[in-house]
Design a binder for this molecule. Sequence first.
Ligand code: ADP
Length: 255
Amino acid sequence: MPTIGTIDNASTAMGQAVRLEAVVKKYGTGPSAVTALRGVDLSLARGSFTAIMGPSGSGKSTFLHTAAGLDTPTSGSVWIGDTDISRMRANKLAKFRREHVGFVFQAYNLLPALTVEQNITLPLLLADKRVDKGWLDRLTRSVGLDELRQRRPAELSGGQQQRVAIARALITRPDAVFADEPTGALDSRTGRQVLELLAQMTRELAQTIIMVTHDPAVASRADRVIFLADGAFAGSLEGATTQQIVDRMTESGKW
Ligand code: ADP
């Protein structure tokens, strides 16, 4: 099984945000068991922006859930930062996730009664951690919400709400942020702005982002695109254009 993105010198110096070793994920047992991941090896450097692509049923969601500690592998190991999370008990894993992993979904999942600032700092409240005012200010400015801090979600556009969700995902300075079709509910112009923001977060704030998408234009904004097919690694592209990604998808013939 090939290793996806062997660690280069730069990433060794900066460390790894996420590592999967021989990860197998099966659903069910016996003859009806489905193997959704068949031995995935992967290493993602801190400060990298990676897109995960693959046809429907190729294992993208399973990959995201397993790599982010929302689900545990059947065998193999998953490391987030310096911690092996693959054999953690559920309550310890939930606590670890709260402090070390951020999530951005297609639905923004903001709490309507809370202000922008309260929504952003909610993960700290849940983890019983103090707000780092400097980081909050920097994040709020970076996502362009400085003047909207006291607004409530209903008073924001879809793009602005997703910016709140991105700042919320980053407030704990997580080892990695996992994004599942983060622009799926946005019009294409707003979607592009949100993607530019994610790319900017990896560049300027050294955050690590892993994004699942089916859209080649969206994937082209990542530093690297990793392709899955039938639960296994099926190649990767670095710095690819939308057209190069489309060509790769067409070649594989499974889309
Ligand atoms: P993708 O996100 O690329 O569409 P998934 O990770 O959702 O792929 O699914 C990979 C395979 O695992 C598919 O064959 C799917 O039917 C199966 N699968 C996913 N979740 C479950 C589950 N909870 N129970 C049984 N099979 C599942």
